[in-house]
Design a protein around this ligand. Structure first.
Ligand SMILES: [Cu+2]
Length: 552
């Protein structure tokens, strides 16, 4: 019985693995933007086994007439020319402007969903980066296993019977009773047939086990980094290194030298103090070498921290390095005037209350703020304010929401948001137990760098992994771009990052002048989450924290 079940399991899991992927515990890709003249919100739930089916949900709030909507999976490696034709999305009954499609992802790798809207002779397209990777191994339902095992057993008996009959009854003429020698041949046939079938089953099983092993080796795991605090007379530094073994993934080795800038930065590193999530920092480490990154550490309280470091490769593959960091009690903090090394100009941090109901304990410095919740207005540093505009406090897992935040200046008037790292705002959502971490933007939770790399690639018509510059050359050229961007005046740098307008949301008629920032997101599971928002007003990076309980 077990042999058959294993054998069938293998049949279900045969596939090719390249080994590439993305974030922590929140695989769904949310996209908000424009599709031609129309607003579009899309949610792609990628498969967790490969080959597997992704559910693509698209909402066109403007609900245009006379359109057809299609989608196809386009891989970085295969390019547009290596992609099958697109499939039509089906309107969801009773839901205006909503369309759905189940899309097969046949291979693992840096991929995308290309959305195509046709209206008359006009065709509009957009590309949503999707990392297709195996993160699970499905168990076969017992009933199916039983049925398949029974069928398998039947097949074996059938084969043995055929062999035995071939060696006995097939040799005698019709109506002639079987002789003694015929019985002997039949028995011999049963024995030979059984041995043959057992050999075939054994061969199938060892081949299956081999495939299952290589599939398991290709199950995706985020890269685990090593993070620690290095104190010197220059100040305190966060060091992040990656062990080579961590890059091995199945038969491939992930390369760390092919990272490209994302929002003008090599890496976006988030530090979040464990358990109470009361300390949050967003840092931009410098590259020391391909496996070593360093960042100036702000004056954060001692304790154990989660570390999440987002980066994107030139293949459009965006990934998160995970690690733990301990800031020792006796970490020497120096006065700002005594410190030589200063924070990156886009770095910031926030120390907030443990829960939205707690009052103000005295802490290190004035950057301690109360944490809010949906529908609540909180103070930000410098007298600014933020309000989580929300009809409900009861958020449901899996449902697509627009997390809307309104910002106020110290006089209580609508604030005027400025671009921060090429966006009108950034947000991070994290589940209290650390199992879910996601970096959000007003345009969704996919990596902008990833989208740019994929579009560039598709436009180039190139396929495969040939003609790559060496890792060193690539790193050098990217480091030059990063340091060039870092010395640009902020306004110039940000307008450059906002430049192609691809990532800008159209003017919000209700909130002229950008007083509002919205993040589309679907919480992947229920639980207690903390959401940090980051905006820039009057040249200051302002952070605010909100707690939300999500129900399953
Ligand atoms: Cu960043």
């Amino acid at each position: 019985m077990k042999i058959f079940r294993d054998y069938i399991k293998f049949c279900l899991l045969v596939g090719l693995w390249l080994g590439i992927s993305s974030h922590v515990g929140s695989p769904g890709v949310i996209y908000e933007g424009m599709l031609g003249p129309y607003r579009v919100m899309a949610n792609v739930n990628p498969p967790d086994v490969i080959p597997g089916i992704a559910l693509v949900t698209v909402i066109l709030p403007d609900n245009p007439d006379g359109i057809s909507l299609e989608a196809k999976p386009v891989y970085w490696s295969a390019g547009l020319s290596g992609t099958p034709i697109s499939d039509p999305l089906i309107p969801v009954e009773g839901e205006i402007g909503k369309y759905e499609l189940e899309l097969w992802f046949m291979g693992a790798g840096a991929s995308s969903v290309q959305l195509i809207l046709s209206q008359g002779d006009r065709v509009f397209e957009t590309t949503i980066p999707v990392m297709a990777l195996p993160t699970a191994q499905k168990d076969m339902p017992v009933n199916l296993g039983l049925i398949l095992s029974a069928l398998g057993l039947f097949l074996v008996i059938l084969m043995v019977t055929i062999i035995a009959s071939a060696m006995s009854d097939s040799l005698r003429s019709p109506g002639v009773p079987r002789e003694k020698s015929g019985n002997a041949r039949k028995t011999k046939g049963v024995v030979i047939g059984t041995i043959c079938m057992l050999l075939i089953l054994w061969g199938g099983k060892s081949w299956w086990d081999n495939e299952a092993d290589s599939y398991l080796k290709n199950i995706y795991k985020p890269i685990a980094g090593n993070a620690w605090v290095e104190s010197s007379d220059q100040g305190n530094f966060l060091e992040l290194t990656i062990d080579k073994e961590q890059l091995q993934w199945g038969s491939t080795v992930r390369k760390m030298s092919y990272i490209v800038p994302d929002h003008g930065k090599l890496m976006h590193l988030f530090l979040i103090r464990k358990d109470d999530l009361d300390v949050f920092a967003h840092l931009h480490p410098q590259r020391i070498d391909s496996l070593h990154f360093r960042s100036v550490l702000p004056d954060l309280p001692a304790g154990d921290y989660h570390v999440f470091a987002d980066f994107t490769r030139f293949t459009g593959f965006s990934e998160t390095i995970v690690s733990d960091l301990t800031i020792p009690e006796n970490t020497p903090f120096r006065l700002i005037s005594e410190r030589n090394a200063s924070l990156d100009r886009d770095d910031s941090f926030l120390i907030s209350s443990k829960t939205s109901s707690q009052t103000t304990p005295n802490l290190l410095d004035a950057d301690f703020l109360l944490c809010g919740k949906p529908g609540m207005r909180i103070d930000l540093a410098g007298g600014y304010g933020a309000m989580w505009q929300s009809e409900t406090e009861d958020y449901k897992a899996g449902k697509l929401y627009s997390l809307d935040f309104e910002l106020f200046d110290p006089e209580g008037n609508p604030a005027n948001l400025e671009p921060y790292l090429g966006m009108m705002g950034h947000a991070v959502a994290m589940k209290y137990d650390g199992s879910v971490y996601i970096h959000l933007h007003p345009t969704g939770n996919y990596s902008m760098g990833s989208q740019e790399m994929l579009l560039e690639r598709f436009a180039s018509g190139k396929t495969g992994f040939g003609q790559l510059p060496t890792g060193m050359t690539f790193m050098d050229s990217v480091d030059q771009v990063i340091s060039w961007m870092d010395q640009l005046p902020i306004a110039e740098r940000d307008s450059l990052l906002m430049g192609n307008g691809m990532h800008n949301m159209p003017e919000d008629p209700e909130h002229e002048g950008h007083q509002m920032v919205s993040f589309p997101y679907a919480f992947p599971e229920g639980g207690d989450f903390r959401v940090w928002i980051q905006v820039k007003i009057d040249g200051q990076i302002l952070n605010g924290a909100f707690d939300v309980a999500v129900s399953d």
